[in-house]
Design a protein around this ligand. Sequence first.
Ligand code: A2P
Length: 337
Amino acid sequence: MASAKTCVVGATGAVGQEFLRILEQRDFPISRLRLLASERSAGKRIAFRGKDYTVELLTENSFEKGEIILSSAGGGTSKWFVPHAVKSGAVVVDNTSAFRMEPEVPLVVPEVNPHAIQRHKGIIANPNCSTIQMVVALKPLHDVSRIKRIVVSTYQSVSGKGAKAMEELRLQTKALLDEKPYPPKEFPWQIAFNCLPHIDSFTDNGFTKEELKMVYETQKIMEDDSIAVNATTIRVPVLRSHSESVYIETEKKITAQQAREILSKAPGVIVVDDPANNKYPMPVDSEGRDETFVGRIREDLFFPTGLSLWVVSDNLRKGAALNAVQIAEKLLQLGWS
Ligand code: A2P
């Protein structure tokens, strides 16, 4: 694989830090690295592969032809800087929702639709964290018997909202245990010892934007607009890794045992499904891991083609940084320079 000038936008954030860990762990071939963020952290030093890098201010003129930009600095920031980066001849793998539903922008999960990368015009969108882990688990089943309907409820960790939200959960938990007040800042309500059925903003149809991302991104990545997705997304007081209760209806019956066999051969999936020994996927076990874990696979008691699954993955890794780095690796394999 050739090496690439590489740039991380939002390098000081929760996903940005994970980008750096993953680039290091996967030995991503970098010819030159730059770390960008806002004026709040410009000048800060960050270590990478034993060398110190200075965080630079993101500007419209930050980019160069041939550069690969891994970006996670919020949707507003992406909307502003990405067109400038593309004009410079760089390619942006963008982790925000800014461009995901633009028809000409590929939305890619390498285990599901790697072919879409080839038609990029300078932007490749990294899907929403909850969508990524769900499609990694469902595509192998969809390939065997088309999925007609998905009903999903998520249990999403606070790291999906960034580093400050993780700090809020830690400090609020401690404050409440010490019987002290800790008013919410990052969340609309108390997150410690609580669940919030509210991620991203509400839309006119009663669903939140996070829920609608799961609907439309799933259809786009699976390249099947007829899949009927109903999502309820919940923020829970977990620091890292999202869990999902997923119910699917398939065209032909897939038994629970067949599903276990299909998924145990699927790329990026590990089946943990041994209820007799209390073995099932949990967020604490998937933290820091690359795979999507699937368990609690059950056939519906009443509906012959219904199947329930419990899907867990580290939202900062497969749900964000790892998926983006895998896309960048594919770009290099395709000869990007
Ligand atoms: P900064 O440290 O300068 O605030 P998280 O999702 O964990 O909150 O992280 C968000 C990341 O996006 C941080 O690295 C943050 O940098 C960066 N960021 C936010 N707004 C901007 C901006 N306008 N320009 C560049 N980087 C930004």
